[in-house]
Design a binder for this molecule. Structure first.
Ligand SMILES: Cc1cc2nc3c(=O)[nH]c(=O)nc-3n(C[C@H](O)[C@H](O)[C@H](O)COP(=O)(O)OP(=O)(O)OC[C@H]3O[C@@H](n4cnc5c(N)ncnc54)[C@H](O)[C@@H]3O)c2cc1C
Length: 415
C-alpha cells in the first residue's frame, strides 16, 4: 500500500529566500578570469586604477593608442558597480535635453546627446570587431510620460530632439499600448540604444588586453598615493609601490571619497530580474523602457529571455536592514510594473541593490582635478554611466596627447 502526503503551505507563509544580495550577472557568469595580486615593485607609463567597465574601456583605448598600461583593482575584475548594473546603453541623459540646454546652452547639450548616440555605435563596433560574447544587442528606447503633465514637457523634449535629428518619433498613448502593451500618456521612441552584460563585457575586454600584453593585478588595493610634478607613486596594501607617469582613476562611486569637490549625490537603487521566458519579456525584446517619474522606473530584457526592472531609489541604506529594505523595494517595483504592464507575469528570480549617483547636470566628470597632479578621472555617474565611459576612451587619449576634446569643457571638474 502506498501513502501519499501533501503538505499544503499556509497561504500567509511566504517562501524564505535564503540567498539574495548577489547581483544576477555575478551569479550567472561566475568569476570569468582571475589575475595575480601585485607582489613586487613596478614601473610603468600609465596605471589604470579600477577594473570595472570604465577601466576595461579606458585601458583598451590607451593600448590602442600605443601606451604602456598596468591595470589594478582591489577586488576581482568587475566586482564593483559593474556587476550590479542594468546596463541599458542610452544616449538619453538623466537630464532632459531641454533642461540641459538651460544649464549649458543648446550647442553643448546637443553635443552631449549626440556623443551618446556615437558611443552606442562605437561599442557595437568594438564588440563585433573583437567578437566579444557579452549579450550585446542594439535596441530602441522608449521614454514614457507617466502622467498628463509629463506628457506636455515630454512633447517639447521630443520637438527639440527631432529638430536636431536624433532619430526620434512620438507615440501616442494608444500607439504605445498597441505596440508594447504598456500604459502611458505618450512616449518618445528613439532608434539608437542597446543593452549588454557589462560584467561580461568588462571581463572580455580586459582579458583581450591581457593577451595583448597589459599587466593586470586584482585583489591589490592602493592605500596611498603621492602625486608629484614628475609622476605618481602608488602604494599597495601589501607594501609594494608602483611608479608611473599618469594615473587614470576609474574607481567608480568610491572616487567621491578621494575628492573634496562635491561632484555627485549618492543614493541606493534597486533592480530585480525575472525568471526566464515570462510573457512580457517577448513583447519588450527589442526596446529599453524608462519613464518620467521621479525616481524613474526602467526596464529591459536580457539575452536569455528575462525582464530586468530597476528603480525605487532610496537615500538611506542601513546595513542591518538591507534585506528588509530590498524586499520592500522589490514589492514597490513589482506594483509599479503592474501599473504599466498589467499582464506582465513577472516572477522574481534575483533582486539586489547598488550605489547610484547623480551629478547636478547629469553629465560625467572626465578629466583632471586640481586636487591631484598627473591624474585623470573617468567618473560617469547616473543612468548613462557606461555610455559616458565609452566616450572616455577617446577623451582620455586626446588629453594625454595634449589635444583639446570637444566635450571636455562640459565634463570638466570645477564646473
Ligand atoms: C542597479 C544599478 C543600475 C544601473 N543601471 C545603469 C544602466 O542601465 N546604464 C548605465 O550606463 N549605467 C547604469 N548604472 C551605473 C553603472 O553601473 C556605473 O556607471 C558603472 O558600472 C561604473 O563602472 P566603473 O567601472 O566606473 O565602476 P566600478 O564597476 O565600481 O569599478 C571601479 C573599480 O575600482 C576599484 N577600486 C576602487 N578603489 C580602488 C583602490 N583604492 N584600489 C584599487 N582598486 C580600486 C573597485 O574595486 C572597482 O572594481 C547602474 C548602476 C546600478 C548600481
Amino acid at each position: 500500500m502506498v501513502f501519499i502526503f501533501y503538505w499544503k503551505r499556509p497561504a500567509n507563509l511566504k517562501n524564505m529566500r535564503i540567498r539574495t544580495f548577489e547581483p544576477f550577472w555575478l551569479v550567472k557568469n561566475g568569476l570569468l578570469h582571475s589575475y595575480p595580486s601585485l607582489q613586487k615593485n613596478l614601473e610603468t607609463e600609465i596605471v589604470v586604477l579600477g577594473g570595472g567597465i570604465t577601466g576595461a574601456l579606458v585601458s583598451h583605448g590607451l593600448l590602442e593608442a600605443g601606451h604602456q598600461v598596468v591595470l589594478i583593482d582591489k577586488r576581482d575584475i568587475g566586482q564593483g558597480s559593474t556587476s550590479a548594473t542594468t546596463s541599458m546603453l542610452q544616449y538619453e541623459i538623466d537630464e532632459p535635453l531641454v533642461e540641459l540646454t538651460k544649464k549649458i546652452g543648446e550647442k553643448g547639450a546637443v553635443a552631449c546627446y549626440k556623443a551618446g548616440i556615437k558611443a552606442i555605435r562605437t561599442i557595437g563596433d568594438l564588440v563585433a570587431n573583437l567578437n566579444l560574447e557579452c549579450g550585446f544587442d542594439f535596441k530602441k528606447s522608449l521614454f514614457l510620460a507617466h502622467d498628463e503633465n509629463a506628457a506636455d514637457w515630454l512633447k517639447e523634449e521630443f520637438e527639440m530632439r527631432n529638430k536636431h535629428r536624433m532619430g526620434v518619433s512620438w507615440l501616442s498613448a494608444d500607439q504605445v499600448w498597441k505596440t508594447f502593451g504598456i500604459r502611458s500618456f505618450g512616449a518618445i521612441l528613439s532608434k539608437t540604444a542597446a543593452s549588454v552584460d557589462a560584467y561580461r563585457l568588462a571581463h572580455g575586454l580586459i582579458h583581450h588586453s591581457f593577451k595583448r600584453g597589459m599587466d593586470i593585478y586584482d585583489q591589490t588595493e592602493i592605500t596611498k598615493t603621492e602625486h608629484r610634478e614628475d609622476g605618481v607613486t602608488l602604494q599597495t596594501m601589501d607594501g609594494f609601490s608602483v611608479k608611473c607617469r599618469k594615473v587614470i582613476y576609474c574607481t567608480g562611486f568610491e572616487s567621491t571619497e578621494l575628492l573634496k569637490e562635491k561632484i555627485a549625490s549618492l543614493f541606493y537603487t534597486y533592480a530585480s530580474v525575472s525568471e526566464q521566458g515570462i510573457a512580457c519579456a517577448k513583447q519588450l525584446k527589442d526596446v529599453l523602457v524608462w519613464d518620467t517619474a521621479n525616481p524613474y522606473l526602467y526596464m529591459r530584457t536580457t539575452d536569455d529571455g528575462r525582464l530586468l526592472v530597476g528603480g525605487e531609489d532610496s537615500s538611506t541604506n542601513f546595513p542591518f536592514f538591507q534585506q528588509q529594505i530590498k524586499e520592500r523595494k522589490y514589492v514597490k517595483l513589482q506594483s509599479k510594473l503592474d501599473e504599466l504592464i498589467p499582464e506582465n507575469g513577472f516572477i522574481e528570480d534575483f533582486s539586489w541593490g547598488g550605489t547610484f549617483g547623480a551629478t547636478k547636470d547629469g553629465l560625467p566628470y572626465i578629466g583632471a582635478s586640481p586636487e591631484y597632479t598627473n591624474a585623470l578621472f573617468v567618473l560617469g555617474f547616473g543612468g548613462n554611466g557606461i555610455t559616458f565611459s565609452i566616450q572616455a576612451m577617446d577623451i582620455i587619449v586626446a588629453m594625454l596627447k595634449g589635444k583639446k576634446h570637444d566635450l571636455e569643457k562640459y565634463y570638466r571638474f570645477g564646473r
